[in-house]
Ligand binder design. Structure first.
Ligand SMILES: Nc1nc(=O)c2c([nH]1)NC[C@@H]1CN(c3ccc(C(=O)N[C@@H](CCC(=O)O)C(=O)O)cc3)C=[N+]21
Ligand SMILES: [Mg+2]
Length: 285
């Protein structure tokens, strides 16, 4: 069996074209989506992501700003900055790049962002709305995975989805989204017994743990769809996923590469969320 590659870059580009068309329609009404990305400190990986986000904003005609703050910025000071953007109608989305310096509590930051501008979908109210099934800004990586599946012709309905990883950022919300799409969902984690055997039950296998090349050939049921959420930077500087691609690809029915899989979708869904927040702010929901 030779696996179909799920091309996240290509799918992401076609969504961006749809977004651009909508941005152009909005501009006729004098409306322009605005996103501010707040970066505290100088984590090198964050620098790259933030630059990518700004570039994407520019391509799509968004109003965008990168607010760079020194690593010594205090929590109270950051919260004041967030309050300012909460009140600024030019910005419909606020993203505070993680990880934050240790002296700042991520929870305090997430809680401070206006739910209407929570384009990361990390605020407890956004998470609650997701769980209940109410309308919400959805976290970007999980909703990117759902879009990848749908646009690759994979319907989660009735399938057994196994999610490895239970983080608040990816595993948990993704499990909820898959459930909402009528998949039967199993969530595995570091304390799961017989992990390879559990993974092998999956029609849709998602790896979101942050362990390079963890998923091996015998973890994959022949024909399964394998989604690799991992973005691990190896000592040689190369990017690698949580799935051992060379081992999994020959067994899988379809598989996402790293890079070029879930990563580009994350930024695209951030743009989609900002557009949605903008439309809601202008009563165009
Ligand atoms: N508040 C917050 N929200 C986030 O969504 C957030 C964050 N903080 N902190 C860091 C992580 C990571 N993240 C990525 C986004 C895009 C790629 C991406 O585009 N990856 C490309 C390759 C990029 C490269 O070559 O480095 C790919 O996989 O093809 C990767 C990782 C968003 N994050
Ligand atoms: Mg875990």
């Amino acid at each position: 069996m030779s696996a179909n590659l799920i091309d996240g870059k290509k799918i992401s580009e076609s969504i961006r074209e749809e977004i651009l068309a909508e941005v152009q329609r909005l501009s006729e009404k004098g409306i322009r989506p605005g996103l501010v990305v707040i970066l505290v400190g100088d984590d090198p990986a964050s620098q790259v992501y933030v630059r990518n986000k700004a570039k994407t904003c520019e391509k799509l005609g968004y109003h965008s700003e990168v607010m760079r703050l020194p690593a010594e910025t205090g929590e109270a000071e950051l919260l004041t900055v967030i309050e300012r953007y909460n009140a600024d109608p030019a910005f419909h989305g606020i993203l505070v790049q993680f990880p934050l310096p240790k002296h700042i509590r991520e929870k305090a930051v997430i809680d401070a962002i206006s739910v209407d501008k929570d384009v990361d979908g990390f605020h407890p109210v956004s998470v609650g709305n997701l769980v209940i099934g109410d309308d919400a800004l959805l976290p970007c990586t999980p909703s990117g995975v759902i879009e990848l599946l749908k646009r690759s012709g994979v319907s989660p309905a009735g399938k057994h989805a196994v999610v490895i990883g239970r983080s608040n950022l990816v595993g948990k919300p993704l499990a909820m989204l898959l459930l909402r799409e009528n998949a039967t969902v199993t969530v595995c984690h570091s304390r799961t017994a017989n992990l390879p055997e559990m993974a092998r039950q999956a029609d849709i296998l998602v790896a979101a743990v942050g362990v390079p090349n963890m998923v091996k050939r015998d973890w994959v049921k022949p024909g399964a769809v394998v989604i690799d959420v991992g973005i691990n930077r190896l000592p040689d500087g190369k990017l690698c996923g949580d799935v051992d691609f060379g081992e999994a690809a020959p067994v899988a029915g379809a598989i996402t590469p790293v890079p070029g899989g879930v990563g580009p979708m994350t930024i695209t869904m951030l743009m989609a969320n900002t557009l949605k927040a903008c439309k809601l702010a202008h009563g165009l929901g």
